[in-house]
Design a protein around this ligand. Sequence first.
Ligand SMILES: *[C@@H]1O[C@H](CO)[C@@H](O)[C@H](O)[C@H]1NC(C)=O
Ligand SMILES: *[C@@H]1O[C@H](CO)[C@@H](O)[C@H](O)[C@H]1NC(C)=O
Ligand SMILES: *[C@@H]1O[C@H](CO)[C@@H](O)[C@H](O)[C@H]1NC(C)=O
Ligand SMILES: *[C@@H]1O[C@H](CO)[C@@H](O)[C@H](O)[C@H]1NC(C)=O
Ligand SMILES: *[C@@H]1O[C@H](CO)[C@@H](O)[C@H](O)[C@H]1NC(C)=O
Ligand SMILES: *[C@@H]1O[C@H](CO)[C@@H](O)[C@H](O)[C@H]1NC(C)=O
Ligand SMILES: *[C@@H]1O[C@H](CO)[C@@H](O)[C@H](O)[C@H]1NC(C)=O
Length: 286
Amino acid sequence: MGLFSRLSSAPAFSSFSMHTLILLWFFGLFLTSVVGKNSDRDRLTLLEFKAKISDDPLGFMSSWNDSIRFCQWRGVSCGRRHQRVTVLDLQSQKLVGFISPNVGNLSFLWKLNLQNNSFYNEIPPEIGRLHRLQVLLLNNNTITGTIPSNLSSCANLIVFHVAINNLVGKIPTKLGTLSKLRIFAIHINSLTGIIPPSFGNLSSLEGFSITYNNVGGSIPDSFGQLTKLKIFAVGSNRLSGTIPPLFFNITSITKIDVGVNQIQGYLPSDIGITLPNLETFTICSN
Ligand SMILES: *[C@@H]1O[C@H](CO)[C@@H](O)[C@H](O)[C@H]1NC(C)=O
Ligand SMILES: *[C@@H]1O[C@H](CO)[C@@H](O)[C@H](O)[C@H]1NC(C)=O
Ligand SMILES: *[C@@H]1O[C@H](CO)[C@@H](O)[C@H](O)[C@H]1NC(C)=O
Ligand SMILES: *[C@@H]1O[C@H](CO)[C@@H](O)[C@H](O)[C@H]1NC(C)=O
Ligand SMILES: *[C@@H]1O[C@H](CO)[C@@H](O)[C@H](O)[C@H]1NC(C)=O
Ligand SMILES: *[C@@H]1O[C@H](CO)[C@@H](O)[C@H](O)[C@H]1NC(C)=O
Ligand SMILES: *[C@@H]1O[C@H](CO)[C@@H](O)[C@H](O)[C@H]1NC(C)=O
């Protein structure tokens, strides 16, 4: 018996399965076109990004051309299934330019690494649209402006490293909601304001480095809640007040730098017992 006669001998089944097949086929086309459109949008976004780079002395970006698919462009990684950009890694390439706000359209991005270049202008607030972003490395550039408070929308952020730039303004209080954040590094900038007490809610925080800024106020009591904290570096700022007593109960801590501030008070006599992992303790010029 041929296929046709089998189908015609079971009309109800055949019309069901034909419908299903047609539906599946349409659905497949639909999915392919959605995924295709989105990944093509990533290609256009990358070209927008490239257009904002004004100097590329090492020719790093020359592979960003239509002779190969964008997922093979240097510094670009894509997810295998969706062919969407997941990693953009352009570190240490002597690139000069500004960060295109369009980067906020790379909705599958989990890592953005632009460290050791000469990117200037501001951190685009559109980065706040990257809900999958885990690692943001913009350190060692010449970025100006403030830290956008809507980066607090990057709920999966683990590493925030914007040290060695020309950033001004305050540390946004809203960043205290980034519950997965482990590294917060903003040292060597010109930030002012205070250390937001909300950072005491960053229960995953292991590294907090704000040395060489102009941050004032006192060390928030809430930092005593950070039971995973290893590095606390706030030297060379304008901090005053005393070190909160609870701070000396963070047994995980290995490095404390509070040097060159206006901190006062005295140290608990049992500090060698309460902080058994301490390796470096800088407290000069207070
Ligand atoms: C385009 O990219 C390919 C692959 O990296 C490279 O070999 C080629 O030189 C590039 N073309 C131009 C015009 O830069
Ligand atoms: C990409 O982002 C820019 C700036 O945020 C926006 O103006 C533009 O409409 C977006 N493009 C697409 C194709 O989504
Ligand atoms: C910053 O990046 C430049 C290259 O752009 C490099 O020469 C320099 O050593 C880097 N500095 C640090 C502290 O990473
Ligand atoms: C940035 O530059 C510094 C100093 O040259 C170097 O130690 C560091 O490894 C560089 N970072 C990367 C990721 O290349
Ligand atoms: C952050 O601000 C920019 C510009 O104001 C906006 O385009 C973007 O959608 C905002 N992101 C979030 C997550 O609110
Ligand atoms: C920490 O989070 C709790 C609950 O979300 C909130 O009520 C509290 O104000 C936060 N603490 C600080 C210091 O912001
Ligand atoms: C700090 O830890 C010690 C020993 O575990 C404990 O006796 C003390 O009450 C703690 N201090 C605070 C303020 O919780």
